[in-house]
Design a protein around this ligand. Structure first.
Ligand code: LLP
Length: 446
């Protein structure tokens, strides 16, 4: 079964407020904006949602997600391609449903992600499966679901998948994820395409691995894939990786292995602070000029560039306090809700939900968790917030909720989606009962 490419599902919903085009993408990168000093998401005041849903919560803009999807996907409309949203960045069912309606696929890395994707109505023929540690159960589940392609990351996985496919009487479509050894010039924790990283198979060893895979009875070699890192702010590393992959495709052809899909992974960055990443159109232009005469279907796995600036985390100020050294603003969200600042020292802009002109101070914005690493900003110039004020932590739509935990027995927060003038709770706030679901005190201790 081949992937249907370049499709727009007839189920696509109207975008409220704005249509999508490049100009709008550049001028209004998202639909979070102020009206009379009040922050709105599309047409809904954020304060209203906070009052009705409570804090903290993640807030996603439907129109922004859709606009970003089409800014990316539309940039490749003149070539055969498939946009597989990288759902590790945001796996809420409503978010995935939106992409399903727009004709998108997903990139998955676990059985759990496959389960979510299918629940959201993503077509199996638009699902690609990456990851260095796929278990036999996961491989079997994906084979039974008839996904488009497995991106294999080791020689043992080739054998494992062949065995699982044989047991099920199926044939698995495979790509080898190669490690092209390109420096993505990003944070070391999110750089994946260097020789020292655990991902993929060294591109120099790839030909022999392809020979091996091609001989397996239950595998059908269909693709080459790579993913070199995340939050890239330049086009060059992508082009360099692509050239190396195209060389490999040529070499494979000479040895009788023909490649249909070329999966370039994700990685395009966004503006958190002052970064100036290329617009998807610029990225697409560079990629397209390399592949124009090739008979290949391109697959992309963008995550952050689509979801990052389409979501915010809304939190309430609990206390403020000053020491002789510092000002602290203690809010009700914490590192368990949004771990990026603690884990990668990531910058997230902090904005008031209601602008009150109280002046500015320099402060650490911190959460209630019992760790000094629990912060959203350090020594940041922010408004002089007071208890009860609402604060928006921006650019939290990617790797926000999906990386949340229950540390300190904190229920995970609600997720809300705005669609025009309406908002919908797309994931309920967890309860204390949710916190202990599945836990058992053994009989002998009763
Ligand atoms: N494809 C593969 C195989 C990946 O491993 C990733 C991300 C993506 C696609 C999507 O990359 P994106 O387009 O979102 O850059 N938690 C980190 C990011 C980790 C990225 C892991 N892989 C963060 O919060 O910055």
């Amino acid at each position: 079964m081949a992937a249907s490419v370049n499709t727009r599902s007839p189920g696509s919903l109207e975008t409220p407020i704005l249509n999508t085009n490049e100009w709008e993408y550049q001028e209004h990168m998202h639909h979070f904006h102020y009206v009379n000093n009040e922050l709105y998401c599309e047409e809904v005041p954020v304060t209203q949602i906070a009052t009705e849903v409570g804090t903290p919560f993640y807030l996603y803009s439907y129109a922004t997600l859709k606009m970003h999807f089409h800014a990316f996907d539309g940039a490749f409309q003149d070539i055969a391609h498939l946009t597989c949203f990288s759902m590790k960045s945001n796996s809420n069912l409503a978010v995935l449903r939106l992409f399903a309606l727009e004709g998108g696929g997903v990139d998955i890395v676990s059985g759990g992600e496959l389960y979510r994707a299918l629940k959201a109505g993503i077509e199996p023929s638009k699902i690609v499966f990456s990851g260095v540690g796929k278990r036999s159960e996961d491989l079997a589940y994906a084979l039974e679901s008839d996904i488009l392609m497995f991106n294999i990351e080791s020689s043992q996985e080739i054998e494992r998948l062949d065995g699982v496919a044989r047991d099920l009487g199926k044939k698995a479509r495979v790509a080898i994820r190669v490690n092209p050894d390109v420096d993505p010039a990003t944070h070391p924790y999110i750089s994946t395409g260097l020789r020292e990283n655990k991902f993929g198979i060294d591109i120099r060893q790839a030909p022999e691995q392809y020979e091996m895979a091609a001989k397996m009875k239950n595998l059908q070699v269909t693709g080459v894939s790579c993913h070199i890192g995340s939050q890239l702010t330049q086009v060059d590393p992508f082009v360099e990786a692509l050239r190396r992959l195209l060389d490999l495709v040529d070499r494979l052809k000479q040895s009788g292995i023909s490649i249909q899909y070329l999966d370039l992974g994700g990685g395009l960055g966004i503006t958190y602070e002052r970064e100036a990443p290329p617009h998807p159109a610029e990225y697409a232009k560079a990629i397209k000029s390399e592949v124009k005469d090739k008979d290949l279907v391109l697959i992309f796995e963008p995550g952050r560039v689509i979801a990052g600036n389409a979501g915010i985390l809304v939190t309430q100020v609990l206390y403020t306090k000053s020491t002789p050294e510092k000002n602290f603003i203690v809010v009700d969200a914490a590192m368990n809700d949004l771990v990026r600042p603690s884990l990668y020292s990531s910058y997230h802009a902090i904005q008031p939900v209601v602008e009150r002109q109280r002046g500015r101070i320099k402060a650490d914005v911190v959460g209630p968790i019992c760790e000094s690493g629990d912060f959203f900003a350090k020594g940041r110039g922010v408004d002089a917030y007071e208890p009860g004020d609402l604060m928006a932590i921006m650019s939290a739509g990617a790797y926000g909720f999906t990386m949340a935990s229950n540390y300190n027995s904190r229920p995970r927060v609600a997720e809300v989606m705005v669609y025009g003038g309406q908002y919908y709770v797309v994931r309920k706030r967890e309860t204390y009962e949710d916190l202990i679901r599945g836990e058992v005190i053994p009989d002998f201790m009763r």
